[in-house]
Design a protein around this ligand. Structure first.
Ligand code: SF4
Length: 395
């Protein structure tokens, strides 16, 4: 079995009671069969509590007001405290925030952005992420119907996408546009069953000319748009509409979204009236150097690389490579917009910590619901609303 992890993987340490949130509220914690057997046999007061606080039919810990029955008032786990530490955990609690994507002969393990400490680690990386590989002799049963040929092409495409995203000589906007276009072209080959053309496609996207070609294409797209900010608002507005249609995991999420949209809309109105007053008036919505200090091109790069590493190769199971990249892109843009809204609301009085908060809140709602991830990917398939040129305007 082979394993791949991002280079910062081993730096993670749970900060326990100092965590600004908790991983034991807001979602169901599924208990694996072997832990269920262990809990069933447990004796003494902890055994009695386990028998009462597990929903044995569903195989999950009971929750009260969304919080795990074992989460105490100090946001610490009683099962950990009374059961002798980590060995008392079920697999889900032991693993979190480690997230595994499984492929034939390969496990790709990331740290989930939904954990505030993992989000801090991911977003505070200044260097480009590297991926470390390891192998052991463990043999697993071969997967039925695993399309190995498609998987290797997806892996090759993802390596190139990450390489493009990490080219810091170019603005993030251009890097993201090229990655979207590459995914779009790859999808055409997947749909036509023409995967043998992938190598030449990747070669074309590896050439130095690709940068100037897309630079011109973005410039042209900008010239065609009467108002660049208007086009951008349209795309991000459509992304927010998708968020409104998702299943809600935490009660406060709707309020967070509403507050964010209000701040962004209010800024649009101010910008509009400033424009009406004078052509030369200062634009309020100005992604200037101050906002760059909170959410920079490096922040966007780390987010999009994180999402790509975690989800892109999953296209081997649904053959929707373009949809996966759109989802990665929309997630990056939405986290930026959530950060921007707070920056506007507080007149620029936020630090990079808020980008971390926006990232883990977003991740908790979207990444931790298979329904939300699938639905969002499906909705982004709509080429009328989310075609390439439209997405370019959203960067
Ligand atoms: S969310 Fe992360 S840092 Fe917070 S308690 Fe859970 S594992 Fe620890």
């Amino acid at each position: 079995m082979q394993y791949t992890v991002p280079h910062y993987f081993k730096q993670f340490q749970c900060i326990g009671g100092a965590c600004p949130d908790t991983c034991c509220a807001g979602w169901q914690i599924q208990i694996d069969p072997s832990s269920l057997r262990k809990y069933r046999k447990k004796k003494g007061p902890l055994g009695t509590r386990l028998r009462n606080e597990i929903d044995w039919k569903e195989g999950v810990f009971r929750r009260y007001e969304g919080r795990c029955a074992f989460l105490n008032e100090e946001n610490l786990c009683d099962l950990y405290l009374e059961g002798g530490g980590e060995k008392a955990f079920c697999r889900t609690c032991r693993m979190y925030p480690r997230h595994i994507e499984e492929f034939e002969g390969l496990r790709e393990i990331s740290l989930s952005l939904s954990c505030p400490e993992a989000a801090r680690l991911i977003l505070s990386q200044q260097e480009s992420v590297r991926f470390l590989h390891a192998e052991n002799t463990k043999q697993e049963k071969p997967y039925e119907e695993f399309d190995f040929f498609l998987f290797t092409k997806l892996e090759d495409a993802r390596s190139l996408m990450i390489q493009i995203l990490q080219n810091r000589e170019k603005p993030f906007r251009l890097r993201a546009a090229i990655v979207l276009a590459l995914a779009h072209d790859l999808q055409q080959r997947i749909d036509r069953n023409a995967l043998f053309e992938t190598d030449s496609l990747l070669e074309r996207y590896s050439s130095p000319q690709v940068w100037s070609w897309f630079e011109r294409r973005l410039e042209k797209a900008e010239c065609e748009k009467a108002d660049k900010n208007e086009a951008r608002r349209l795309v991000t507005g459509r992304f927010f509409v998708i968020l409104d249609l998702m299943e809600n995991l935490r009660p406060e999420w709707k309020t967070i979204l509403r507050t964010a949209r209000e701040a962004l809309e209010q800024n649009e109105e101010t910008e509009f009236s400033n424009k009406a007053d004078s052509e030369n008036s200062v634009k309020v919505r100005n992604l200037d150097t101050n906002f760059e200090n909170v959410f920079s091109d490096i922040t966007a790069e780390q987010l999009m690389v994180y999402f790509l590493f975690t989800y892109f190769c999953g296209a081997v199971y649904n053959r929707n490579a373009y949809g996966k990249v759109k989802l990665c892109f929309a997630s990056t843009v939405l986290i930026r917009e959530l950060t921007l809204s707070e920056w506007l609301r507080t007149s620029g009085n936020v630090s990079q910590d808020f980008a971390i908060t926006a990232a883990y809140r977003y991740s908790r709602e979207i990444e931790h619901s298979d329904y939300n991830k699938c639905r969002m990917e499906k909705m982004l398939d709509d080429e009328e609303r989310f075609g390439l040129d439209m997405l370019f305007a959203g960067i």
